[in-house]
Design a protein around this ligand. Structure first.
Ligand code: CP
Length: 365
């Protein structure tokens, strides 16, 4: 059984096969309308969502399956203190596949260790959001015709933006992708994504605070919301939230064939006037999300006509359980009872370790 927790859980060829299937579904939805009959999707959302939860449920309904779940922890026994581990053991008795969103980083990983059904990470804190990545990849491939040799600018909250972290990881495996990271100092990309992902891949990237300075170089502009819910200091959020506002004046500086993506929801960072620009692709992106999630559900359930995923052995040889602790206050291990701490070496480092659940660098005891 395979789970999707991190975009790197899928090889490039597996991603290509899922995107190919999504395209086939787009062109012939009737052919797939019954292929998940008798199957049930559980959506366990411990944090608010419009697109991800509804697109997963819509995807399963359009495949002929059924969906159940909760959209807030307050309407489930989580509010009585039930752990993620116990919740997924129970849900495994009711459903065939599960999409989970959680404010704590690493929660879907914990679920996958106790689950009898495939777990899909539908967003964990500021960490990862791999199905948004599949959505983004399908949108870029559809509109630009390729996933290599282009320049992409990520703009806004690159520190807490989980969709950015996942898309950067995924794109790091395609040739000739040039990354420009546009953010204020306070919201820069986590350093580990440079040292562990982009540097080893030998990819070119730069950081800047000015959108105007670089917008003319971009083939894809990936705008993001400043993630209010991740800030511990409300004043800092208020100071930073309007750092970048994409408007028609800035769009006039961009290439005629640049596309604008945004995982949504947006707040102020794209003015409504930009929606009328043919380069604004964020609502096409939303539709891609439903089709790619249909393809993913089919693939993880192993239904006929879906790509076959080979089983993967977990490499546990380098996991250590003692000598370190995780200091990330958003890590699931700090709140979930009974979870053994686990740490793995940081590739390319001089003996540093990171938390297996949230990927933050661990501290020695
Ligand atoms: N893009 C995205 O994850 O949107 P929701 O938070 O509405 O699911």
């Amino acid at each position: 059984m395979r789970h999707l927790i991190d975009p790197m859980d899928l090889s490039v060829s597996e991603i290509t096969a899922i995107l190919d299937l999504a395209e086939k579904i787009i062109h012939n939805p009737e052919k797939y309308a019954h292929c998940c009959e008798g199957k049930v999707l559980a959506t366990l959302f411990y944090e608010p969502s419009t697109r991800t939860r509804l697109s997963f449920e819509s995807a399963m309904l359009h495949l002929g399956g059924k969906a159940l779940g909760f959209s807030s922890p307050s309407s489930s026994s989580v509010s009585k203190g039930e752990t993620v581990a116990d919740t997924i053991r129970v849900v495994s008795c009711y459903a065939d596949i599960c999409a989970m969103r959680h404010p704590k980083e690493g929660a879907p990983t914990v679920a996958s260790h106790f689950s009898g059904i495939p777990i899909i990470n539908a967003g964990d804190g500021g960490h990862q959001h791999p199905t948004q990545t599949l959505t983004d990849l399908l949108t870029i491939r559809t509109l630009k015709g390729k996933l290599d040799h282009f320049t992409i600018g990520f703009c806004g909250d690159l520190k807490f933006g989980r969709t950015v972290h996942s898309l950067v990881k995924a794109l790091s495996r395609y040739e000739g992708v040039n990354f420009i990271f546009i953010s204020p100092d306070e919201l820069k990309m986590p350093a580990h994504l440079f040292t562990e992902v982009l540097d080893p891949a030998g990819l070119s990237y730069r950081e800047t605070a000015s959108l105007e300075e670089v917008i003319g170089q971009l083939d894809v502009l990936y705008m993001t919301r400043v993630q209010q819910e991740r800030f511990s200091d409300e004043e800092e959020y208020l100071r930073l939230r309007d750092t970048y506002i994409l408007d028609t004046e800035k769009m006039a500086l961009a290439k005629p064939d640049m596309i604008v993506l945004h995982p949504l929801p947006r707040v102020n960072e794209i003015t409504p006037e930009v929606d009328n620009d043919p380069r604004a692709a964020y609502f096409k992106q939303v539709l891609c999300g439903r089709y790619v999630r249909m393809a993913l559900i089919m693939t993880l359930l192993g239904v006929a006509g879906a790509p076959r995923l080979e089983e993967r052995e977990k490499d546990t040889a380098q996991v250590v359980t003692q000598g370190y602790h995780c200091t990330n206050h958003s890590c699931i291990t700090l709140v979930e009872r009974g979870i053994p701490p686990k740490f793995v070496p940081i590739e390319g480092s001089q003996g540093s370790y990171k938390c297996l659940y949230c990927e933050h660098e661990a501290q020695k005891d």
